[in-house]
Design a protein around this ligand. Structure first.
Ligand SMILES: [Zn+2]
Length: 479
């Protein structure tokens, strides 16, 4: 097991992972607000969390991950009211769509996916605790957290607190990113809006309290890791710390991990530029789930990711290269024996892969180790230096990498079909390609070069490139 080091936003440094309960890592993840479909920037964060949990498991840890679903907030209430339906009904379809989306991207679901509206009582209990400690005040039926009562406020985001106006507060769920303010724990009901009748009065929870209440309920007072997009660090995560630590007197989270932004063609995603893409927008353009997954994971999570058409093309080719290599491993007849040089290549790839990910989930290093290996192994195969007993070992390594990357299974078309999309370029099935190649080999043997050329052309028209090797074998790949 390599020592795993992760960058903790709280301390601004790389730290070794050391879970509260040895052998088990407890992770809380801020999930989607289900008033619309999640966009590709959200999925960058979810894919990063997936790599985190898959890697931890590959290193022998048990993982307990909790993700919330924010199914009550200003936007949800407004949209549901406008649609004339209840908030549960309104949010249900977006929750279903989210589950389909993460499934398409091969994101392992969290152990617990919890809805805010199922945990109102837990939030009320937590707010009561804060009330008893004198950290709150009431105003017009709403309850606010007084940040000046929590001296460590700002320790995560390092926000400048010098300009704070005493009593300045915020009610809306979409927050000012610049100024620290007292924030609503509980909001008084507005006419015609959904509310809960509770011991602390009628109303509904503020956004931040749900994450504190639900994370501690399922994971204990001190979590090992809390993840989210970098835009959540302030004020959301700062407020989570204030509520939780003020209530329990214990550290809330050992490590805060934040994923950087995704930008599109070098620009910030924005409504006015019309460049906010959902996963389904990309599927409709013919992009495959595995291509998108590759692009989202190939840049280490703390670096900004530039999402481009070019990047999609390269990602698709990269996934194909891996799949073609595995197909070759399975199909080709290698000379008998085992080559210690190849064994060394495999070992190095495995070590570099783990070391890359153990160093703050550096997926770029991990991927480079695989692609170097695939290149070197292909070269060895071409030279007939890759031997029969090297194949199972290489296959095992590829499968091990894939427990973290989840790119090899070729079910993109099936997945797109399930979601109602037709893959733009249906590909010729591998079995058919191989039959045609055999037929072409036979034609060449019989000196029927016309037929052999026809077959080569037919394959080329279907996007299959053939490469005749020196020893008479034929390799193929998708264009
Ligand atoms: Zn949250």
């Amino acid at each position: 097991m390599s020592e795993i080091r992760l960058y903790n936003t709280l301390t601004n440094r790389l730290e070794p992972l050391s879970p509260v309960h040895p052998g088990e890592v407890r992770i809380y993840t801020c999930g989607p607000t289900v008033y619309a479909s999640a966009h590709i920037g959200n999925f960058r964060t979810f894919v990063f969390q997936d790599i985190l949990r898959r890697f931890l498991r590959s290193q022998g840890y048990r993982v307990m991950q909790v993700m919330n679903v924010t199914d009550v907030d200003d936007r949800i209430i407004h949209s549901a009211t406008a649609a004339g339906i209840g908030i549960r009904e309104y949010t249900e379809r977006y929750i279903q769509a989210f589950l389909e989306d993460i499934d398409a991207l091969r994101i392992e679901g969290p152990e617990e996916l919890v809805r805010a509206t199922d945990h109102i009582e837990d939030m009320v209990v937590l707010i009561e605790k804060l009330q008893q400690k004198g950290l709150t005040y009431n105003s017009d039926g709403s309850i606010y957290f007084r940040i000046s009562k929590f001296p460590e406020y700002g320790k995560l985001s390092k926000i400048d607190l010098s300009g704070i106006q005493p009593g300045a507060r915020v009610d809306v769920d979409q927050y000012d990113k610049e100024n620290a303010r007292d924030f609503a724990l509980w909001k008084a009901p507005k006419p015609g809006e959904h509310f809960w009748e509770t011991r602390i009065g009628p109303g509904r929870p503020g956004w931040h309290i749900e994450c504190s209440a639900m994370s501690m309920k399922y994971l204990g007072d001190t979590l090992d890791i809390h993840t989210g997009g970098v835009d959540l660090a302030f004020p959301h995560h700062e407020n989570e710390i204030a509520q939780s630590e003020a209530a329990t007197g214990k550290p809330f989270v050992r490590m805060w991990l934040h994923a950087e932004h995704l930008i599109i063609d070098g620009q910030k995603m924005s409504k006015s530029l019309g460049n906010i893409y959902t996963l389904r927008d990309l599927f409709a353009k013919g992009h495959r789930p595995s291509t998108i997954r590759f692009l989202l994971l190939c840049v280490p999570y703390r670096r900004q990711l530039n999402f481009t058409e070019d990047g999609l093309t390269q990602s698709r080719n990269s996934v194909e290269r891996l799949r073609n290599f595995v197909a070759r491993l399975k199909a080709e007849q290698f000379p008998a024996g085992s080559n210690p040089e190849v064994q060394k290549l495999i070992e190095r790839a495995e070590n570099d892969f783990d070391a890359g990910l153990a160093n703050d989930l550096n997926t770029a290093v991990a991927l480079a180790s695989i692609f170097d290996f695939v290149r070197d192994a292909n070269t060895a195969m071409d030279r007939r230096a890759f031997l029969q007993q090297d194949a199972p070992r290489a296959m095992a390594a590829m499968e091990k990498f894939d427990t973290v990357l989840a790119l090899l299974a070729d079910n993109d078309d099936e997945m797109l079909g399930k979601l109602g999309f037709t893959p733009q370029e249906p590909r010729m099935p591998v079995a058919q390609i191989e039959t045609l190649i055999e037929e072409r080999q036979a034609a060449k043997k019989a000196r029927d070069f016309k037929r052999a050329d026809e077959i080569r052309q037919k394959l080329a028209d279907s996007g299959i490139l053939l490469e005749d090797t020196k020893d008479g074998a034929v390799r193929w790949k998708y264009k």
